[in-house]
Design a protein around this ligand. Structure first.
Ligand code: B12
Length: 215
C-alpha cells in the first residue's frame, strides 16, 4: 500500500504552523494504526521542543511559535479527542483532577495535552488555566473533592511556587490528595526537590500513576 504521510510530515506541518495539514496528516497516521502516544511524543511535543532556540532573546519569534502551538491545539481537539472516543475504557469514572500552570508561567500547550488525555480516560478535569497561585490549586481541590492536583511548569524559576502547594494542602487537611508535577522544567527534578508526590515524564507516565501504578 502507498504510504502518504510520515511522522516527519506532521512535525514539519506543526513547525510551519500549518494547522490544516497537521490535522490531515494526524488523521491519516492514527487511521493507519500509529499509537496516540507516539503521535503526541514524536509528532507534537518534539516539534515544539525543537523551537527551543527560537525562544531565546536573540531569536525570539513569537508569531512562529504561536502558530505552531495553535496547530498542536487543533490536532488535539479535532483529531486526538475524536480518535479516542469510544476506543478506550473510561477508567477515571468521574474522579476529579485539578490542573493548572503554576504562578509565574504562561506555557499551556503541555497542560492542554494532559487535560485532553485525562478527560478521554474519564477523569473530570478542572483546568484553572495559567499563572495560577498555589492557594488556588488547594482551594479548588478541597471544594471540588479532587483526588489529584496536577501542576505544570516550563519555567525553572517557579520551583518555589510549586513547593508551596503540598504544604498548603496538608495544612488545610488535604493529605489524601496527591500532587503530581510535570512539564519540561519540572521533569528533571525529584519529588523531594519539588515537595510533590510524583513527577511525571509525560502525560502517560502520570496516567499510570494516577490509575494506581507505581510510575
Ligand atoms: C512554545 C513555547 C513558548 C510559547 C508558549 C505558548 C503557549 N500557549 O503555551 C510562548 C512563545 C508564549 C513562550 C513564552 C516564553 N517562553 Co517559552 N517555550 C516554548 C517552547 C518552544 C515549547 C514549549 C512547549 O509547548 N513544549 C511542548 C509541550 C507539549 O511539552 P511540555 O509542556 O513539556 O508537556 C509535556 C510533558 O512535559 C507533560 N506535562 C506538561 N505539563 C504537565 C503537567 C502535569 C500535571 C503532568 C502530569 C504532565 C505535564 O505532558 C506533555 C505531553 O506529554 C519551549 C522550549 C522547550 N524545550 O520546552 C520554550 C521555553 C519553555 N520557554 C522559555 C522561556 C524563557 C520563555 C519566556 C520567558 C520567553 C521570554 N523571553 O519572554 C516566555 C514565558 C513567559 C512566562 N512568564 O511564562 C524557556 C524556559 C527556560 C526555563 N527552563 O526556565 C524554554 C525552555 C526555551 C529556552 N530554552 O529558553 N514560550
Amino acid at each position: 500500500m502507498k504510504i502518504l504521510f510520515s511522522i516527519q510530515d506532521l512535525s514539519e506541518a506543526i513547525l510551519k504552523g500549518d494547522g490544516k495539514r497537521a490535522v490531515e496528516v494526524s488523521r491519516y497516521l492514527l487511521d493507519e494504526g500509529l499509537p496516540v502516544e507516539d503521535l503526541i511524543h514524536y509528532g507534537l511535543s518534539s516539534a515544539l521542543h525543537s523551537l527551543d532556540v527560537k525562544c531565546t532573546m536573540e531569536e525570539f519569534n513569537l508569531l512562529e511559535i504561536m502558530l505552531a502551538g495553535r496547530a498542536v491545539m487543533r490536532v488535539m481537539d479535532e483529531v486526538v479527542v475524536r480518535h479516542m472516543e469510544g476506543r478506550i475504557e473510561p477508567d477515571g469514572r468521574g474522579r476529579v483532577v485539578i490542573l493548572g500552570t503554576i504562578q509565574g508561567d504562561i506555557h499551556e500547550l503541555g497542560k492542554h495535552i494532559v487535560r485532553t488525555i485525562l478527560m478521554a480516560h474519564g477523569f473530570r478535569v478542572i483546568d484553572l488555566g495559567k499563572d495560577v497561585p498555589p492557594q488556588n490549586f488547594v482551594a479548588t481541590a478541597l471544594s471540588e473533592g479532587a483526588e489529584v492536583i496536577g501542576i505544570s511548569s516550563l519555567i525553572t524559576l517557579t520551583y518555589p511556587e510549586v513547593r508551596k502547594v503540598r504544604s498548603l494542602l496538608h495544612g488545610r487537611g488535604g493529605k489524601g490528595i496527591k500532587v503530581v508535577a510535570g512539564g519540561a522544567a519540572l521533569q528533571q527534578a525529584t519529588p523531594g526537590d519539588l515537595n510533590v508526590d510524583f513527577v511525571a515524564r509525560d502525560v502517560f507516565h502520570a496516567l499510570h500513576y494516577i490509575k494506581g501504578g507505581e510510575g
